[in-house]
Design a protein around this ligand. Sequence first.
Ligand code: ZN
Length: 435
Amino acid sequence: MSTKTPTQLNLYAYQVGFGDCFLLQFVYPDRNRHVLIDFGSMGLREEDGEDVMMQVAQDIKQRCGGRLDAVVATHRHADHISGFATKAGGKGTGDIIRSLKPTVVLQPWTEDLSLDPKARAPKAKVALGTGSRRAVAALSAMNDLSEQVTQLAINQPKNLPDGMAKRLEFLGRDNTKNLSAVENLAHMGRSGKAVYAHFGMADPLRSVLPGVKTHVLGPPTVEQAPSIQKQRSTDDEEFWHFHARGVATANTLATGTDGPFAADFVRAKKGKLPLESRWAAKRVMAARGDQVLSIVTMLDKAMNNTSLILLLEVGGKRLLFPGDAQIENWSYALSQPNVQAMLADVDLYKVGHHGSLNATPKSLWKAFKKKGGPSKKARMTSVLSTMPHKHGSEEKRTEVPRRSLVQTLRDGTHFHTTEDVPAQGLFKLVTIPLG
Ligand SMILES: [Zn+2]
């Protein structure tokens, strides 16, 4: 047998609460290769204790024998990259990952800091258009805004309707810049080879994974997806257009000193208002809270749509890792010739966005040919990393994971979820024979 083809994939789906962390161990006859896809958390299970992330980092280190072939960070959300953060004295989980000297660091093109007009990094090697540059700058503005929303939720929870502070804080925190993690990824990229990928790019992992072909199905660049931009320009939720006006509004809300969120305003006016007006004031605040929440939800989605979508082809098997990509990111790939055909044979599906409904578009699910009941031959496998009651709302049927989707996955695939990892357990191991 050739030493250049893996015979098996051991997929370690780490239990990181609400987040993603997957170690792909490709078993080769000569030596195993290791790819880490994401390492982040936005909330751990109580039963697992606080040092879970450190245990996960140590476990990764041990399993890969002190050397990673590649690190993939699908997008900038904390629940995918917080584990890459470093600490003074080298005591952070990100310091451990850095010590594993990844040969390739793969991220979406939106993370190419040299595209940010404010960044001091060297110029991008691949010239992207002004539209793409603007999108990168907008992402950075989104991070700033999210920081303010987080502060708003923490400092003024009483001015917000019930439960909203918690949701705002979650979305705000997930969308803040995670500077330490971002810098560490850039550092590891400079030490090894940084690759910033977009739809259709030539195999980015070719040099480190012999016998494996990696297709990049997303995200598209702004220049690749002008039709989507146009098509959706009148929609509430545009693709690469980040609602400059909405951002400005939320900015005023979050930082204004005389707006209805400002503590002074509430203290000054509330007591003096007649009873009926107090009721009205409360409704106005609720409406404003809703507005901020809807804007932050939109930004959260926009960031999810910067997710890398990777399809790995190896030993006759197809493995799909779409990060948190949602319908708008997917729709570009799904509209391209041959992509539907490539997706038809997916054997392993990393469930998009922790099981939210719009991250597994119907057209994608429909494309999978290997789904079916337990008697289905060569039945596909699905792997979900999630934690309930963290994201979305049951009332609006946007809860993550979405119950109906989980049921569909259970019925139609060999289904694995990190929710089934016992207390103190570190991961769910999924084994896929190759070739
Ligand atoms: Zn996520």
